[in-house]
Design a protein around this ligand. Sequence first.
Ligand code: WAQ
Ligand code: MG
Length: 278
Amino acid sequence: MRSSINAKLYSRDDSIYSVRMRASTKNGRHISGAEGLYSRTEAVLSARQYADRALCHERGRPGKVLITIEPITEEPLRISTLPLCTVNNENPETARVVAAKILSALGIGKQAIDAAFDILRHSEVLRGAAILDTEGVRLDPDLMRGVRVSRMGISSEAGKKLSRALGRQGINTSTVREALVLSSKVNYHFEVIGEICISDNPGYTTGYIASSRLGYIRIPVIKKKGLGQGGRVFFLNSRDNDITDTINYLEKRPVIVSAIAKCRGLRSLNEILAELVN
Ligand code: WAQ
Ligand code: MG
């Protein structure tokens, strides 16, 4: 089998491709997914990496893997990453308290925070994110699926910069890079107040809360090791609860990260919250 591609041929094309992967069990249950925007050369390589990831996933062996490669026609929006840091935290119980304090500082009500944790701890994992308003009312139309954010990527220059910045903190992994790119797109939208995420991988116990006002805050040991539960919740400030445009932005609008904000290390919750300007 040929393992390299004809770079000369591929470099003649400067279009951007959306590459998406979805792995599910034979009963259609979600195992894993991935998505990004790539040049044609990168698209081929990423499709292979996505196939690898799907077939060797810790959540199980798929009954079906779907990989979609699609050229993008719309000019991408160029944005910066959110600034990143890690909050001091001891265990899953204190994580819940830390998360509630951050979300409440962002103006999210107690009912919405409780509803988010119910979703994140539910045994049935959604493929996408649940969307809640500040009172905890679920706004996305398909409760079993959620909304899958797609068509986001990072330029190769910004990608190198990000790898260096994360490397200095000892956290340069595709998991962190992809989560930061996703949350930077999500929280760029004016209706999004914040996001909370817990990985559904049993071995990955660091979660995060992201918002335009406080950046991307990593929360270590947000869950016990070995749990296959997780998910994402986006909190929306939606006046009329018509979120069609917002969903369209999240799923369809091409967004490329082309600038990198500060990547910091450990910080206390008080230090982080002190930066909140009203
Ligand atoms: N759009 C919406 N929701 C998604 C998407 C997407 N593109 N990808 C994943 N989700 C949801 C879905 O419900 C998954 O079950 C859940 O998020 C978790 O996905 O800085 O790896 O891919 O160290 O397991 C956080 C990194 C990693 C923290 C999160 O998520 C850090 C992670 P996973
Ligand atoms: Mg996962």
